[in-house]
Design a protein around this ligand. Structure first.
Ligand code: SF4
Length: 215
């Protein structure tokens, strides 16, 4: 299915979504009920990237609407004081793998360019990768979430913050505790990222004033 325009020319989430409607770039197109593009604040500072839609997401066409989504909502609200409408949420794959099996490499390759462009368009301060698949996609290497969760990594001048997938924490107390700890760190990281932006803006304004003083 050819793109109407090259991905790098697309600077709007709606247009990117339109390019995925009826997508048949991998075999998951044959089993999906709905394509799950992602939703939330298109200008969010915080973007979450999960793995793939599950049963309820496939039914509703929205990301994280099942039990894992409820846990994510709780973490957002109780630790960060945020709602869904304050963040942007998407998945590596836009279509549900049958029986919620792991994504296959060829499916990730087919969907990856859209995920990466989605991040570029939202342009968040922090991308929170939920679980192994989105972390590996963003880091472009094989890593294990158990080894690298809770530590920010700079990729292409953007903070990437890997945490456990909320689904993995639903029935595992220890994993849930780690996820809660990481969300607390995420709150600090968000404050730090906001301060960096403020400092950058102040420095630009000061330079502008200095240049005006020369005249
Ligand atoms: S998973 Fe991605 S590449 Fe595969 S059919 Fe769905 S939208 Fe297209």
């Amino acid at each position: 299915m050819p793109l109407q325009r090259s991905l790098s020319e697309i600077s709007d989430l709606d247009e990117l979504k339109n390019n995925l409607d009826d997508c048949g770039r991998c075999s998951l197109s044959g089993s999906r009920t709905n394509l799950v593009f992602g939703n939330g604040d298109p200008n969010a500072s915080l973007m979450f990237v999960g793995e793939a839609p599950g049963f309820y997401e496939d039914q509703k066409g929205e990301p994280f609407v099942g039990a894992a989504g409820k846990l994510l909502d709780q973490l957002l609200k109780q630790i960060l004081g945020l709602n869904r409408s304050n963040v942007y949420i998407a998945n590596v794959l836009k279509c549900r793998p049958p029986e919620n099996r792991d994504p296959k490499p060829e499916e990730i390759s087919a969907c990856k360019p859209f995920m990466l462009r989605q991040i570029e368009i939202v342009d968040p301060l922090i991308v929170v990768t939920l679980g192994n698949f989105s972390t590996r996609l963003l880091l472009d290497r094989t890593v294990f979430i158990s080894k690298i969760h809770g530590e920010p990594i700079i990729i292409n001048n953007r903070r990437v913050f890997p945490v456990y997938h909320p689904a993995a924490a639903l029935y595992a107390t220890k994993t849930k505790e780690l996820l809660i700890e990481d969300f607390k760190k995420l709150g600090d990281l968000l404050i730090e990222a906001d301060r960096d932006i403020e400092r950058e803006q102040n420095s630009k304004e000061n330079k502008g004033e200095e240049q005006l003083d020369l005249f």
